[in-house]
Design a protein around this ligand. Structure first.
Ligand code: ADP
Ligand code: MG
Length: 226
């Protein structure tokens, strides 16, 4: 269970970016939706302590992100919106191995686990390919493999399908659906969102709708007047 209790995040000038959010998230796939600037990324970053609340608390299981950040970050992986910012090694196999190496695995163990994680996402043949020659969708999947190989209980994904063509979008949507950890998914991909277990709509940093994704998406579309 991820619990937000009275969470506010203020910008340095005191403007609320997230305003008094209280939520209990336990579903397998939860979407965070809302217009640009509504606070989705900031709220998502609070889940694993990348951002700490100015007021209130965030806990994952019984661990508070403020007092137990390292343990929380083992439980919650984060896939950034920009996969280029997440991938640091020249090839997928080397990149996905980094996290497990840092955890103390031998080079050989890490390489085996990295290749298995890539294979599971359909990237077995690209394991040694130069990262810059992969498609955007493949890079997004490499970033996801690098998180999944650490076997977190939760994964937070920030707009995993934005900027992808239909084929790559499908690959990412299917990979996210099939993966073992629970997930919080920030998305503008309303078709994807409709297929998830729960959706939370943010507006101005506040939760303005929460529940069945079909209903929450309809509420969002109605508010936007689209
Ligand atoms: N560190 C920061 N300092 C000042 N303003 C910020 C900071 N982080 C985010 N913001 C502002 O807060 C608002 C919400 O940002 P964000 O959480 O990225 O929204 P979203 O992901 O929904 O687009 C935006 O207007 C953004 O410019
Ligand atoms: Mg964002």
């Amino acid at each position: 269970m991820i619990a937000f209790d009275g969470v506010s995040v203020l910008a340095p000038d005191g403007t609320p970016i997230v305003a008094d959010v209280t939520l209990r998230l336990g579903e397998r796939r939860v979407a965070l939706i809302g217009a640009n600037g509504s606070g989705k990324t900031t709220l998502a970053r609070c889940v694993n302590g990348l951002t700490l609340p100015t007021r209130g608390s965030v806990t994952v299981g019984h661990r508070d992100t403020r007092t137990d950040r390292r343990a929380v970050q083992r439980d919650v992986g984060f896939v950034f919106q920009d996969s280029d910012a997440q991938i640091v090694a020249p090839t997928p196999a080397e990149d996905v191995a980094l996290g497990i190496r840092a955890r103390g695995a031998s080079r050989r163990e890490a390489d085996r686990a990295a290749r298995a994680a890539l294979q599971a996402l359909g990237l077995g043949d690209q394991a040694n390919q130069a990262v810059h020659t992969l498609s955007g969708g493949e890079r997004q999947l490499v970033a996801l493999a690098g998180v999944l190989v650490m076997e977190p209980a939760w994964v937070v994904l920030d707009e995993p399908t934005s900027a992808l063509d239909l084929v790559n979008r499908r690959r990412v949507v299917d990979a996210v659906e099939a993966m073992a950890p629970r997930a919080v998914i920030v998305s503008h991909d309303l078709d994807h969102v409709r297929g998830l277990d729960r959706a939370v709509l943010l507006d101005g940093g506040r939760v303005v709708a929460d529940g069945d994704p079909a209903d929450v998406v309809d509420a969002y579309v109605a508010r936007v007047g689209a």
